[in-house]
Design a protein around this ligand. Structure first.
Ligand SMILES: Cc1cc2nc3c(=O)[nH]c(=O)nc-3n(C[C@H](O)[C@H](O)[C@H](O)COP(=O)(O)O)c2cc1C
Length: 375
């Protein structure tokens, strides 16, 4: 079978992506101390670009000193960080027209920073740490909006092709859009429109400065999968608002540390029967696709098989497919498929990569074990 659509180019905003394969944002624990980008990340990104991925989204980067999850998370909020980022962008662009987006995140109520309180729209404790976050005043929310906008402008200066806001998995921006964590009575709370205002304001702020020069995409919570969280119906409504706000692409995801639905341990491809079981955000994508006009739908979650990926793209249920765990195992996966080996990704979604992420640099434990035994 020819993978005509999977390997055809398409634009996100004004940026042409050479194929439909996106590397979903993946925190690799590879920054140098205090969040600088150095040799280990240069090597990792170069491998991904060499492997044929069309658009690489970086791991979550801190857009403010209070945003990081530890000293080894990439930062980009002042001039001192820029040299490493510029070098990553240059390396990527040297590889057959690969493109790179930076993902910006703030851990919000899920944080554990020694110096800063956790910030959130409302003081709802996170059960994982027992910490009650600091509720932001309206003025402080505006200051955070400015921090995201400024980070977008620095990213543009570094040469990134686009930015992605992380508004999923329970972090800062997700906590604004979720009725589970946002009980505000000012303009940043209330209805779906109010709870998403922070996202629209960040979008508008970057657009006002840069026009269409820097596409802005978003990893967007489709459902929280917790009581009183975002329901599927609300998720659709929110996606509609975001698409109408002008965002250039939406990558729907869902769940978070309080419900790990975004990292489902799907069965290996060969024994999956239904497309929707393996590609677990596909049912949601199908519901949101009809109202997304100039906004690309980037489908993530359990995509392992190039033939089903092609089918999803051909049927118009998504514009791009996005992979995280498979590219940890096989950074060269897109080229393997281009070269005609259409067997599914070797990743078995065992989540061993997530386990080691708590301790240090991310790798696939399954792959390493197999290599050790020469299998
Ligand atoms: C080690 C690891 C780190 C991750 N880091 C991020 C991140 O920084 N930002 C993000 O939005 N998602 C992150 N994710 C989630 C992935 O982007 C993706 O949504 C999820 O793994 C499902 O896709 P997959 O089935 O292709 O792995 C991470 C996943 C893994 C395994």
């Amino acid at each position: 079978m020819e993978l005509k659509t999977l390997f055809s180019p398409k634009k996100i905003g004004n940026v042409q992506i050479k194929n439909r394969i996106v590397r979903s944002a993946t925190f690799m624990f590879l920054a140098e101390k205090y969040g600088y980008v150095g040799e280990r990340l240069f090597k990792m990104y170069e491998e991904l670009a060499r492997g044929g991925t069309g658009l690489i989204i970086t791991g979550a980067a801190a857009m403010d000193p209070s945003a990081a999850g530890g000293p080894y998370q990439v930062c980009l909020y002042d001039d001192s960080h820029m040299a490493g980022h510029k070098k990553v962008v240059k390396l990527i662009h040297e590889y057959d027209d690969a493109k790179i987006a930076i993902q910006f995140n703030h851990l919000g109520r899920l944080g554990y920073h020694p110096k800063y309180p956790n910030y959130a729209p409302s003081p709802i404790p996170y059960k994982g740490t027992g910490i009650t976050p600091k509720e932001l005043t309206t003025e402080e929310v505006r200051e955070f909006i400015k921090k995201f906008i400024d980070a977008g402008l620095i990213a543009y200066e570094c040469g990134y092709d686009m930015v992605q806001l992380h508004a999923a998995h329970g972090y800062f921006l997700n906590s604004f859009i979720s009725p589970y964590t946002n009980f505000r009575s000012d303009e940043f709370g209330g209805s779906n429109q109010g709870r998403t205002k922070i996202l629209a304001d960040i979008y508008d702020g970057i657009r006002d400065e840069l026009g269409n020069q820097l596409p802005i995409i978003i990893k967007l919570q489709s459902q929280d999968f917790i009581p009183n969280g975002i329901t599927e119906e609300e998720g659709i409504e929110i996606a509609k608002i975001i698409s109408n706000a002008g965002f250039d692409g939406i990558e729907p995801s869902g769940g978070g540390r309080e419900s790990i639905e975004f990292m489902k341990n799907t069965l290996p491809s060969k024994i999956i029967k239904k497309l929707e079981e393996e590609n677990y955000f596909l049912p949601f994508a199908k519901k949101m696709k009809p109202f997304m006009r100039d906004c690309a739908l980037i489908l993530v979650g359990g995509i392992r098989n190039p033939i089903t990926a092609e089918k999803i793209l051909q049927e118009g249920d998504a514009d791009f497919i996005s992979l995280s765990r498979p590219l940890i195992y096989e950074p060269e996966l897109p080229n393997r498929w281009i070269d005609g080996d259409l067997s599914p990704a070797k990743c078995i979604s065992c989540n061993s990569c997530l386990e080691v992420m708590q301790e240090g640099p991310v790798y696939c434990v399954t792959k390493r074990n197999l290599e050790k035994r020469n299998i």
